[in-house]
Design a protein around this ligand. Structure first.
Ligand code: GRF
Length: 199
């Protein structure tokens, strides 16, 4: 199976998945990085790891539809069977969703359905919860609403600030995201209603 990762920023999850592929833990090819931000650090990581990068900026298209159609063309050309969003800062629209139904994963840095949106780490800290952590889920048309595949608990101590908490959450992300990608590639994720079973 060929995998594409979509990212807009740092790319530590890209790196974690690439590492698991390299080690043979995930038996698939990381065939493409789709990046919408020139200058994103993830592009450097892809270069180093010799993963093809497809840099595509929405501003160069007349509409989001045209932008996504161009992405789908590239995904088809590369025979992509799984998309993993990893810090991709755009809502995935109907063209990609239709072409890859139940084949798009995302990682969110809070225990969904709590703290949806772009600042899940900060919001959990400000709210005062004692436990937070990443969620890997399938992507649907909503924002962070798709069925949940795996979550990992991270406890928040009185000493934590946004930086220290982010560090703990990222560490947990780098464990569960490659694990979920592996399960998907092995065909072990079964969706029933809102539940995902590992079989
Ligand atoms: C992660 O915290 C992920 O949960 C969120 O975006 C961040 C991406 O980090 N969706 P990185 O670019 O993989 O380092």
């Amino acid at each position: 199976m060929n995998i594409a990762i979509f990212a807009s920023g740092n790319g530590s999850n890209f790196q974690a998945i690439a590492g698991a592929v390299k080690k043979g833990k995930i038996k698939a090819k990381l065939a493409l990085l789709v990046c919408d931000k020139p200058g994103a650090h993830v592009l450097k990581r892809a270069k180093k790891l010799k993963v093809e990068a497809f840099l595509i900026e929405k501003k160069n298209f007349q509409s989001k539809e045209e932008y996504e159609k161009a992405i789908v063309r590239k995904l088809k050309e590369k025979n992509i069977g799984l998309i993993a969003l990893a810090g991709y800062m755009k809502i995935v629209g109907p063209d990609i969703l239709k072409a890859y139904k139940n084949k798009i994963l995302n990682i969110h840095p809070a225990l969904l359905p709590s703290f949806k949106g772009a600042s899940g780490i900060k919001d959990a800290l400000a709210y005062g919860v004692k436990v937070t952590g990443p969620t890997v889920h399938f992507v649907d048309e909503g924002m962070d609403t798709g069925v949940i595949i795996m979550q990992s608990e991270v406890s928040i101590s009185d000493k934590d600030n946004e930086k220290s908490l982010a560090k703990k959450i990222h560490r947990a992300e780098h464990k569960i995201y490659p694990e979920v990608v592996k399960l998907f590639v092995e065909g072990k994720l079964k969706i029933k209603g809102r539940k995902v079973y590992v079989r």
